[in-house]
Design a protein around this ligand. Structure first.
Ligand code: F6R
Length: 369
């Protein structure tokens, strides 16, 4: 059942092209119009939504943070992402024009369930992005958009994360379509870029040897930092979470722009730092800002490990190690950039002899508060 892999985790990392592909399957017609029939919320109600709040925990919350960038850019509806357990206890402002989007692999996370119930009581519309058919959160929500990642057995989430980002993007494009904000041609183009993602993930998987080798060499590392910017920020957070969970190594993710506001004080000789670099083709010259960050930390002795887009030669001069991912539009890059970080954590934990499917102290679904 592990499909020839030594662990479920490795199988699930390698399942990711299918997890994304299956989540996209059958959700648009030949003309590129999204047909999310399973969203039973009246389209008129959805047109009136003036605020989106994404509720989730852990890795699923990082998927929400990635989706926020895309949804606000495409749909122009203010979108907050909040940890379910924080949301419930802070008197949030929610009304009938608020769309609550919960994200949960299991559909049973108690904190997220309670937050959804609370929002419903306040009159909000609730939509669940979920990987488990018939689980509690989708049953209690007004609508559900299933991720089709297949059962996720390993405790640490991998393929569900990529499927959640994919589903949240479909939702964003659907809302844009409903509200007539994006021209249909543009939506079709984004869908076609999404359609190209599974093969690109496969190429990252096919080139995993280099990152696995580095992971084994770093088995004795005590602390690893992760930097990212824009959609690369939640990717950095996710990379750090995977390493904590699987390898029990102190790991911390930061927004690259925060460096000089504090975290740069942590940099000393030999400190390993992963940097998720935005595409040089992206807007706002974020690429050059992050490249400057790499220079700054390297000058202070950091061992820089860079995830960059194929063809990005500028990073080479400042990186001890570069891992290239295929070219893709900026908003879709998390679907590729996360994969080497998952592989790194899994391989390093394996090298230390840990059980990657059942990390200590963790449960697959957290059904208590
Ligand atoms: C991390 C991980 C957890 C879950 C979190 C939410 O690898 O698996 O952080 O993402 O417990 O679980 P779900 O998505 O089932 O609500």
């Amino acid at each position: 059942e592990k499909g020839g892999y030594p662990s479920f985790m490795e199988k699930e990392i390698n399942d990711q092209p299918a997890a994304v592909g299956d989540t996209l399957l059958g959700r648009a017609d030949a003309a590129g119009r999204l047909t999310l029939d399973e969203i039973r919320i009246d389209p008129e109600l959805l047109k009136n939504v003036n605020k989106i709040i994404v509720l989730a925990c852990g890795t699923s919350a990082y998927a929400g943070q990635v989706a926020k960038y895309a949804i606000e850019h495409w749909v122009r509806i203010p979108t907050e992402v909040e940890l379910s357990h924080e949301f419930r206890y802070r008197d949030p402002i929610v009304d009938a024009n608020t769309l609550i989007v919960s994200i949960s692999q299991s559909g049973e996370t108690m904190d997220t369930l309670m937050a959804v119930r609370y929002a419903k009581e306040q009159g909000a519309k609730t939509l669940a992005i979920c990987n488990t058919n018939g689980s509690t959160i989708p049953r209690e929500s007004d609508a559900v958009l299933y991720t089709h990642a297949g059962p996720e057995i390993a405790v640490a989430s991998t393929k569900a994360f990529l499927a959640q980002i994919t589903a949240a993007y479909l939702l964003g494009l659907y809302l844009a379509q409903l509200r007539g904000i994006k021209f249909q041609g543009e939506i079709r183009d984004i869908l076609s870029d999404l359609g190209a993602i599974p093969a690109k993930i496969q190429s990252v998987l096919d080139n995993a040897d280099q990152i696995k080798k580095l992971a084994r060499e770093m088995a004795e590392t005590k602390s690893v930092l992760f930097l990212g910017r824009h959609v690369g920020f939640p990717v950095a957070m996710e990379g750090a979470l995977k390493l904590k969970e699987l390898a029990y190594i102190h790991a911390e993710g930061f927004a690259a722009g925060e460096l000089k506001h504090g975290p740069i004080a942590l940099i000393e000789e030999g400190q390993p730092v992963f940097v998720v670099v935005p595409s040089p083709r992206g807007r706002h010259s974020l690429h050059s800002k992050v490249v400057s960050n790499i220079q700054e930390i390297r000058a202070r002795g950091a061992n820089t490990i860079v995830i960059a887009e194929q063809g990005d030669e500028a990073v080479k001069a400042y990186a001890e190690h570069v891992f290239y991912i295929p070219e893709t539009p900026t908003l879709l890059a998390p679907l590729l950039a996360t994969v080497p970080l998952q592989i790194f954590a899994c391989e390093l934990a394996t090298a230390k002899g840990y059980d990657v499917d059942q990390p200590r102290n963790l449960a697959k679904s957290v059904t208590v508060e």
